[in-house]
Design a protein around this ligand. Sequence first.
Ligand SMILES: [Zn+2]
Ligand SMILES: [Zn+2]
Length: 174
Amino acid sequence: MSKPYIGGCACGAIRYEISAEPIAMNDCQCRDCQSTSGTGHGSYLTFPSREAVKLEGEARHWDMVGDSGNVKTRGFCPACGSPVYLTFSAMPDLFTIHAASLDDPGRYEPQMVTYTVRGHAWDRLDPAVPKFERMPPMREVANAPASGDPGKGRHAGAPARGPAGCRMVGPHLQ
Ligand SMILES: [Zn+2]
Ligand SMILES: [Zn+2]
């Protein structure tokens, strides 16, 4: 394993240290990710185990319920408002962080773009990165060039609300 992934919110009240490698890294253009990020997409690193995560500071949380009834919880800083992480009721081990919350965001290497069906013309992403209209099938997620262990990907099942939301077919991510 490489060095831990460390970061936090913009004001520093929330800090994390993750001693694991991400199992997935994606840009997501669904409406939920647009609303949360304030721009055309969210960028995420997903880690396989919350045991590898050390968190300091008190985030506030809000839940989003998907079509399936599964809940995804977004953690943000009550002082500065930065979105920092997400967790998923259907996959309680997973821990996802926003790429720009890293102290070194250069460690983020997007492997795929999800929910391009909701993307905007002004939000152009690297043409070399595989694009999926919604969520990719599990097989394609597993074949993505992850730096972590793609075999740990599991069925994720927390679609966001409505047809605009992220449908979690892979270790996505929202
Ligand atoms: Zn903060
Ligand atoms: Zn999304």
